[in-house]
Design a protein around this ligand. Sequence first.
Ligand SMILES: Cc1cc2nc3c(=O)[nH]c(=O)nc-3n(C[C@H](O)[C@H](O)[C@H](O)COP(=O)(O)O)c2cc1C
Length: 355
Amino acid sequence: MFSYRPPPVMRIGSIDLPNNLFAAPMAGVTDRPFRQLCKRLGAGYAVSEMVTSRRELWASLKTSRRANHDGEVAPIAVQIAGTDAAMMAEAAAYNIDRGAQIIDINMGCPAKKVCSKWAGSALMQDEPLALAIVDAVVAACAPHGVPVTLKMRTGWCREERNAVRIARAAESAGVAMVTVHGRTREQGYGGDAEYETIAAVKAALTIPVVANGDIDTPHKALEVLRATGADALMIGRAAQGRPWIFREIAHFLASGTPLAPPSVLQARQWMLEHLGDHYSLYGEQAGVRTARKHIGWAVRSLPGGEAFRAHMNTLESCASQLSAVSLWFDALADRYERLPLCEVAANDDLVSLRA
Ligand SMILES: Cc1cc2nc3c(=O)[nH]c(=O)nc-3n(C[C@H](O)[C@H](O)[C@H](O)COP(=O)(O)O)c2cc1C
């Protein structure tokens, strides 16, 4: 029988959240416009792309865009990445000055650029360093009343799943919430996420624990909540091009019934508003280029989407991109009232058509 009771209040430190469905930090994806869209479409919380702790890069266009929170719906959560405790403490203070209300430490990212500098999930291999970073960041945030959260994997490799040990120590050090992606560093994004280690972390802590990894449908969301006992879920890749997944999951968890896909005209409106917001952050040239991936994700599972995606790469101005998107969705609306979506699994495979 269907049953799910959400936690009465979802809270990070003293900050209340509207629900327990979170958008995962994804570098190059969860910029401010995308986070806003996710929050609008049902995410109770969204974390920024990681911001480096290397001070010399803070003035770069890339980092200053990541640290720009103009008009962002609270709470503003910024993820920081680095390898040196003092620099991470400084990065926390820098982002608090720019509006961060929650600081998240990246101990989950397997990207080479991060790991070769001994940051991200590589930190899980050096527990003393990981905990020195946690201590330093907590100490920097405490005077501002800013909670610190930690995002990690299950461990470094299969034989070294030390998530429970690190999570316990982080809780003792004052961390307010832990998110666990159910893969080891060694796995990258391969194989399937496992949820036993997340369940073990949840059982070991009193602070909220967030389950992450391969949650791509409302049914899977319920399954992961049941398997882990987690307080919240974090969704990454499945929200790319489908940011309304948060409200689909919320609806399903509340009622046990699926939510109808959005109407084509509604999806068109969301896409156009997202593009407008996107261009205003990135400007014309970078905006058009970086919007292509969002448009591609939005149309990839729709009839004719692949051809349209290829056409997008030939357009070079905001006006032509907006107009093409608008006309494409209008034509789709002539054929369908609601999005004739294929379910897109986390690995991008099309698994079933639910026209
Ligand atoms: C393109 C991309 C960028 C990512 N960037 C970050 C990041 O900056 N920080 C981080 O902690 N995790 C990052 N991740 C990992 C996600 O937050 C998440 O843990 C992972 O994708 C598993 O969740 P999912 O199966 O719901 O996608 C990234 C993932 C992707 C696909």
